[in-house]
Design a protein. Sequence first.
Length: 359
Amino acid sequence: MSLPFFNSSIISGSTAHNLGGCGGGCLPVGGWVELGRTTLSCAADNITVSCLADKRYYMVLGNKIASGSSDMVWRVGNSTVDTLNNYASRYSIDGCADGTQTSNNKFRTSSPNTVNEFQVAYIANRSANEKLFIGHTVNEAAAGEATAPSRRETVAKWTNTSNPIDVIQGVQQDTGDFASGSEVVVLGWDESDTHTNNFWQELTDDTLACPAQTLTSSSVTAKKYNWIQIIAEYSASNNMYLRLGNSTIDTGSNYAYRKSKNDATDTTTTSASTGVRVIDNTRNSRYFVNLFFINNASNEKLITGHSIEQNTAGAANAPDRFEFVGKWDNTSNQADICQLYSDSGNMASGARIKWWGAD
C-alpha cells in the first residue's frame, strides 16, 4: 500500500506555503528562522544568546562539548537574564519516576557529567502568559558503542507574564566548563512571518518503490544539525532501525541505544550492528518517526527521537508511543547518508525518509 504525502513545508518550514490552499492570494508563511547563536571560542561557564526578536515560538538547539564535569541548565529573561526563583520544572531521567524543582533560579535539563550532550527544546513565548518549555536531552553516558546513551525529558516554566523572552542562557553549574565549540542556537517562528531564509533546508526525500528490507537515502551535503522524519508501513511484525554512514552505510557494531515503549522501563542495547532502534513493531501497522541528531565530525553522533505506531485501525484502539536516544560512535566523519533497516520482513512500498539539515 502506498502512503500519503506529508507536507514538509508545514512540518519543518522548509519552504513558504499558502494557508488554506487558496492560491497566491493567501499570506505566505515563513518557517523556522535563526534568531541568534553563540559558539564558544574558548572554555566558559555560560553560553548566552541575546537580543532575540519577539517570536511566538522558539526552538533551541544546545550542543554541549564537555570539559571536565559540566551540565547545561537554562535561564531566560527580558533584557537581562532572570536569576531569581521564578522557574519550576518536572523531569525524568532514563524513564525513571518524575522529579520536580519549584521556586528555583533555573530549570535543569541535564545532570553533571563529563561527556558530550545534545538538546532540542521548544518554548511558547507569549508575553501575557507564563513561558512554557519542553525539551529532550541525549548524552553519551560514556564514549564508545559499549555504553548506551542517557536521556532526559523536561517540561518547565518561567513565571513572567509581562514580557516576551529575548535572552536565553545555557548555564554550567558544576566544576568543569563548556569546551570550545559548544553552542546554543535559537530559532523563531511566528504566524506573521513571511521570510524565505529558513534555517532547516531539505537535504533529501527518498521513497521506497517496492517492498524491501532497507531504504537507503541519497547522499547529502553533511550538516551539523539534522532533522529526519520517517513514515512507513509493515506487512509483518518488524522492528525498525536507523543506520548512518559516510559515503556508505555503517553496518558494523558501532551503535548503542536506549528505548522505552508506552512508558515501560528503559531497555538498552550496545555494540549493535542493526543501528538505533526507532520503532518496536509488534503487529502489521503504520508508524511515524520524528528524530534529531548532532553531526560533529570529531564527536559521536547523538540521536533523540519519538515514534508513534498506529496500532489496529479505529478509535477503539489507542496508538503506541516509542521514545529513544542513540549514538553512532564514529568520531572521524560527518554522516551524509542514512538507512532504514527492518530486522525481519519487508517494509511496504511508499516508506519514506525526509531529511533536513543546517550548519
